[in-house]
Design a protein around this ligand. Structure first.
Ligand code: FES
Length: 117
């Protein structure tokens, strides 16, 4: 639960390490770091343009709410329900979804990835 995670005074929560993101390609923060916004997990993925600053994306599809999956080989999130695709920043690449995925502020400090939900 969120209560067991340290929310810092600035509102950020540590969700993993940059080096783990490099080896795993994505970090699904299913270790209890659910988004305080709606209880969904957050997926941290590399920014293909800037490997030092990842994206934190809420995987709830904006079409009808299925959970999108990260395909690191193509740098897209694909929704298993109706095939919508989103890029690493959550922008729509392909419909039927019309709105981008929700994202969260990210910063990196001493190799730790911090997000603010
Ligand atoms: Fe994701 Fe329909 S719910 S494409």
């Amino acid at each position: 639960p969120l209560a067991s995670k340290a929310i810092r005074p600035d509102g950020y929560i540590s969700v993993g390490k940059i080096k783990d993101l490099s080896t795993q390609g994505a970090i699904a923060s299913n270790g209890g770091v659910a988004s305080p916004v709606d209880g969904l997990n957050t997926i941290i993925v590399k920014n293909p343009q800037d490997p030092k600053t990842p994206f934190a994306v809420n995987p709830k599809c904006t079409h009808q709410g299925c959970v999108v999956e990260w395909h690191g080989d193509k740098n897209v999130f694909i929704c298993p329900c109706h095939g919508a695709e989103f890029d690493a920043s959550g922008s729509v690449v392909r419909g039927p979804a019309g709105k981008p995925l929700q994202t969260y502020a990210v910063k990196v400090e001493e190799g730790s990835i911090l997000i603010k939900a």
